[in-house]
Design a protein around this ligand. Sequence first.
Ligand SMILES: [Mg+2]
Length: 287
Amino acid sequence: MGTAKPGRRRRRTDGSLATGDGSETDHALALAAAALAISPAGLVTDLDGTLSGIVPVPSNARPVPGAVEALRALEGRLAVIAVVTGRAAHDARRILGSAGERLLVIGNHGLEWLEPGAVTAEVDDAVAPLRSAITALLARVPALPGVEIEDKGLSATVHYRRASDPEATRDRLLQSLHEMRVPELEVREGRRSIELRPVGHGNKGTALRAIVDRFGLRGLMVAGDDVTDLDMFAVARELRSEGVTSTVLGVSGGREVPAQVAASVDVLLPDPDAFIRVLGRLAGTIR
Ligand SMILES: [Mg+2]
């Protein structure tokens, strides 16, 4: 598993390594174009770290330049474009600007579906009562310097990116969250963040499968950057044995990219800008 320096050496599906000279972008484009040429085809992508860079203050995240235009250019050429994110669905739509209203936005790691143009997101009735458990748990998270709590209604993220000692802060947060464990909620780590979310009500992988089933997809491109995307990557690979041609693109955050992400993708792109270059060029390849 050649993942020690994912920003420089990139494993390809054929075992060779891309060299960081842009050839991984060409490789990604070729795989994605082949998958999306098979109709009905869909694009399913994460938001933070994939369409946008990771920023110190999460509410300030914005798509990288060209992202909105690239998504708009693909509209009408694909059966569906979906953004599947850990954010609340409306928050993700806000960040996506003029593209957000027109896409299927699935928030809270698959728990919340916001249809294109819809005002209200649809939520599984079984999940809604967990809002109060999340709020109660968050009230007991220790107030450490540099820690920011994002209450997303159906889930929450505890960010420690701005802590002066992120590793020590992470350890303290994890310890206290495990001590006050709530059986209905699971604790999962992301990039400089800890996620709290309902157990057994789906994840990004179940969301992906629901999208593929609903639109009858035969061609699929999936993109993400973090461990919460692994469920989606696994489903994209499983679907190959069910006749779906899928391409899985990883987006690196340099040294921060989790090793499991680098090991689970067909191509690892160096950053969100490279992913957007692939998206921008894709529109010209799909009729
Ligand atoms: Mg992400």
